[in-house]
Design a protein around this ligand. Structure first.
Ligand code: OVV
Length: 400
């Protein structure tokens, strides 16, 4: 018990960064949702929201629940960030607005539409190659292979070594949690990858016309400073890979676990986009983000004082029975608008159109060619402080 917890806040004795929780968070999500609109987690002395309404409320009030003090457990007002702060994720207006304006344009629906032809060709090529394969690890051969091809191509990375993006992403998303063993091991694995990432944020490493180069064009026009451009390319490389890798991996796991849902998708591959969306709701790749209270506030009738770390459970909001009928049922025809997997408010995922495009095309091209997908051995988990991630997903793909 902590003396910091006001008397009207339910104290829930769970560790959302423990092996037990991360392996299967859903019972603990329910426990937190049922305990109250806001709960207190004494192990980390933080407030947390697991219901849809309060997650939405906190993410919608960026003036009270700021990002510039970090969106992980670390409070940047009290400790130095482990890497230079992101100019978009870990920023508030006006810096956030400046960064967001550029990234919104580079990742606009029109700009993303221009990626469709090449992304589709790669999805077709991947699905065709898999026709000759039969038994695969879907995490490696689909979940990782596809984003690692199309996304760095779109950004315009010219150098070898794009698999570095996986270790880097794993480290970044672990770093939003506590300094536990998951984080320590991720840092060990990442080694010199951080230098590789920073080198590839430079203009000379980026193909002219790609998404990365388009950020530098905003320097040419005076919209960004020289120092801001590589940092915003770093945001692409931080946020754009491990998220979609797991979005796609988790979607395949959902569809493999529920064969009648795959059958619906195979019968109507136009359901690929809503199927990906439902998988994002059901098994959200990004499970959590923090905010920090900039002033005394009230959420769900609970007083939160200035300077507190507040944890929003996106994945729990996405299973809230008050928001979703049959919340624990995976149904690709649900159309789950309002899900929190991309966050919401001013920090809502700026790359979500790219993520949706990747998900739609991979699932769609597979659905056209395979009548069933079967799990051949128990999948393994890759535990991460923030991501819901599989380590392996052994699948048999049965051609139509
Ligand atoms: C959404 C997200 C995740 C991780 C890193 C970043 C953003 C970034 O801006 O660096």
């Amino acid at each position: 018990m902590s003396t910091l917890a006001p008397s009207n806040v339910p104290v829930v004795d769970i560790d959302p960064f423990s092996t037990e929780f991360l392996t299967d968070p859903y019972a603990a999500h329910q426990q937190m949702r049922e305990a109250g609109p806001v709960v207190y987690l004494p192990k980390y002395e933080i407030y947390a929201m697991a219901r849809h309404a309060e997650v939405h409320a906190v993410l919608g009030d960026w003036e009270t629940f700021i990002s510039s003090a970090g969106v992980g457990l670390a409070n940047f007002r009290k400790e130095t960030p482990f890497r230079p702060q992101s100019l978009i994720l870990e920023a508030d207006p006006p810096q956030h607005t400046k960064s967001r304006t550029v990234l919104s344009r580079v990742l606009s629906p029109k700009s993303v539409m221009a990626l469709r032809t090449s992304f589709q060709a790669e999805a077709v090529a991947l699905a065709e190659r898999l026709l000759a394969r039969c038994e695969i690890d879907a995490v490696k051969e689909i979940g990782e292979a596809y984003p690692l091809k199309v996304f760095p191509d779109a950004v315009g990375l010219t150098s070898d070594g794009r698999e570095n993006l996986l270790a880097y992403g794993d480290m970044i998303f672990n770093a939003f949690g506590p300094r536990n063993e998951l984080f320590a091991n991720a840092v060990k694995r990442v080694g010199p990858t951080t230098q590789w990432i920073m080198a590839n944020c430079q203009r000379a490493a980026l193909r002219p016309g790609g998404l990365g180069d388009q950020i530098y064009q905003a320097v040419d026009s005076g919209e960004l400073t020289e120092d801001e451009a590589p940092m915003l390319v770093r945001s692409f490389l931080s946020a754009g890979v491990d998220t979609t890798v797991n979005g796609i991996g988790n979607a395949l796991y959902c569809l493999a676990q529920f064969p009648e849902q795959w059958a619906k998708l195979h019968a109507n591959p136009a359901l690929a986009r809503p199927a990906f969306e439902e998988a994002l709701r059901y098994e959200s790749a990004v499970q959590t983000f923090f905010r920090t209270s900039s002033r005394d506030a009230e959420v769900g009738g609970v007083q939160i004082t200035e300077g507190c770390k507040v944890l929003t459970f996106l994945g729990a909001a996405n299973r809230d029975p008050c928001q979703w009928p049959n919340a624990d049922v995976f149904d690709i025809e649900r159309r789950p608008s309002g899900h929190m997997a991309f966050g919401s408010g001013i920090h809502g995922c700026v790359g979500q159109m790219v993520a949706r495009l990747e998900g739609e095309l991979v699932l769609g091209e597979l659905a056209k060619r395979f009548k069933r997908i079967e799990i051949t051995a128990p999948p393994t988990r890759r535990l991460n402080n923030t991501l819901r991630a599989l380590g392996s997903l052994p699948l048999r793909l049965i051609p139509a």
